[in-house]
Design a protein. Sequence first.
Length: 364
Amino acid sequence: MSAVVLKNICKIYDGGVKAVDNVNINIEDQEFVVLVGPSGCGKSTTLRMVAGLEDISSGELYIDGKLVNDVPPKDRDIAMVFQNYALYPHMTVYDNMAFGLKIRKFPKEEIDQRVREAAKILDIEMLLERKPKALSGGQRQRVAVGRAIVRKPKVFLFDEPLSNLDAKLRVQMRAEISALHNRLKATMIYVTHDQVEALTMADKIVVMKLGVIQQIGGPLELYNEPDNKFVAGFIGSPPMNFINMAVKTEGDKTYVDEGTFRLEVTPAQAKFLKPYVGKEVTFGIRPEDVEFSHTPVDGKTINGSVSVVEPLGSETQVHVATSKANVVGKIDPTVVPTPDEKVSLVVAMEKARFFDVDTELRIR
């Protein structure tokens, strides 16, 4: 079993700067967990504490049921893949992958077996005699992953391993690392600022902001049921649209009113918005949950003028300026609106989410 448990983990630097604040995460054996968030949110610091490269200011860290706060990195049975590959330039690929095993005095035959087995898994057998300078970025990243695989560690740690690769190669390597996880059945902790990587790779996602965990859950859970405005805006591409709107009632119907248009909420939404009647809430809707229209639908339409049109081939993203916000919609690529054109975005109101203006917590 290779479970990892973080209990009340904090990291405080000189001057009282709290980089990680009371982090609690249970990572199951063989689970692929992604720590995601903007730069400076504490995700890499958290990973480095698991690796033993950063001291833990307070809290407890367990790997395989053993408290490892004071255990040196070399004795934690983890392997880390860094953003910059960290390969020895004077060594061949074979020697780079074998180096850690040689240091640990593994028999020569076992080293050779492990290196060639890892090279086969990663399809880099033909590169074993090359040096890093003769490799592409993607090949160097495979070597760095291979160096981790040969260790056969309890836990793999990845610190933004794909950020130096071009867009096409990132997509390819994303799939390869996911396939590798399925093949090795290993526990993996992966850090990224790219929420697309998080959504496509993770069994479980940990969203962080300013050193604090905002939400932990599966990709679909975070996408469909965000706990707060930050998670709702961070997960999903393009991000969720937000507009501050007043909650109003008229007869037996409840609306959110922007000033130039209003949207009728569902009966279920009306119940939890009842305490907010007469107040403002933040209305949220994802770009994929609106439809482009030239004809307004009463109580279901965001009205505005087109500010930007982005054709993407399979879809078009249209930016519509309202009196309070810029709303993005994903629309049929055959529809080509023109800048400054007055248009309507018909909203799937059952998909709408609402947030408290002050706390930014989701209202439900």
